[in-house]
Design a protein around this ligand. Sequence first.
Ligand code: ZN
Ligand code: ZN
Length: 392
Amino acid sequence: MSLVPDLEQYSKMTLPSEADFTAARRRRIELVQQHMDQSYVDSLVLTLGADMPWLIGYEAMPLERVTALVMPRGGRPTLVVPKLEAPRVRHFDDMFTIEPWAESEDPFRLIADLVGTGAGRVGVSERTWASWLIRLQSELPNTTYIDSSEVTGDIRSVKDDLEIMMLRLAAEAADRVADTLMAGFVTFKGRSERQISKLISEMLVDEGHSKVNFAIVGSGPNSASPHHEPGDRVIEIGDAVVCDFGGTFGIREEPGYCSDTTRTFCIGEANQEFLRLYDVLHRAQLKSTASAISGVDLSAVDAAARDEIDSEGLGEYFVHRVGHGIGLEEHELPYLAPHSVGVLKSGHAFSVEPGIYLPGRFGARIEDIVVATNDGPQSLNVSNRSLVCLDR
Ligand code: ZN
Ligand code: ZN
C-alpha cells in the first residue's frame, strides 16, 4: 500500500493533467518573451534557480557542469545540458530544443553561439555560479549582463490557477501534519527538539511531500530564536514550542511547490504573560491576513501586523518582515516588509508570519500561506491558529 495519501480525496480537486502543465508553460514562455521585447533584453541565460523549471519543467542539477536554458526574444528556447544528464529531460518536443554537450566540448562556446555576438543585453539567473558568468563574459565581452529576475520576477510572482492548486495541495499536506501535532498524537515532553524535528520531517513525507526543506523546532528559550536549529534541548512542561516546517510537494514528475507553516504550542499550562503575547500575535496574524487585498501596498500587509503588535508595546520583539512570496521556491517575490515597494496583485502567494520573541525567555509565531485574489485574501493553511496546550 502506498504511504502517499489519496490526494483527490483529500483536496476534493481534480489534479492537473500533463497537458495542463504544458499549456501553462507555453503561456509563461510567451509572457516572458513579450516582456523581453518590451524591456530590450535580447536573451536570457537561465541556469540554477526556479525560472528554468517554471518555464520548461526541468530543474538543472546544481553541479559544476553547466546547464542553461538560452531563451531568445522570439522563437524556441534551447536547453544546453551535459550529455550524461540529457536522459533526465522531458517535454522537449516542440516547446524547446535540447542541445546536449559532450565532455570534449566547451558549453560556454555553445551558449555564446546561441546568444550571438550581437546581443546587447542578456539576463542571467541570480544563482549562476560566478565562474560560469566569468566564462560567458569572456566569450561575449561586449554584452551587458543583467539579473534575469528583472524580466521573470514579477511574472513568476503572480501565480496561475495551476500553481495555486499546487500550493493548495502543499498547504493541505502541511495542515495535516499540524493537525496531527495539535491532536496530541506526538509526545513532546521528554523528547529533544531534534527528535521532534525528525518526526515532523517524516510526517511531511508521509503526507505526500517529495522533499523536506526544513523543520524548525525551538523550545523554551529557543522559541525566541526565529531560525533556531533544532538541537539536544529536551522539551519539558512549561515550554513554548515553535514548530515551523515546510517541504516540496509535487505530483508525478512535475517540479514541486513549497509548503511553509508555523504553529506554536505550549506544553502543560501556559503562564499569563505568554497567553497575552500569544493573544496579541494571533490578532496581528488575522489582521495582516485580512489586509491582504489586491491593490494595497506590500508594506501595508506588514504594517497591519506590526501596528497591532506595536500598540501593545511589543513592537521591538517583532524582529522580521511579515512575509515572503512562495512557489517553486520557499522564499521568492514578493517580500512583505516595512520598506517593500510595490502593490499586492491578485495571484500573489505569500506567507503571513508575524512573531514575537522575548530573548532568553520565550517566543511565538503563527504562519499561513495566503493567496491574494479578486475576492480578497484566501488562506491556504486552515489548521487551528488558537493556542493549543499539549499535556505531554
Ligand atoms: Zn516558515
Ligand atoms: Zn515562511
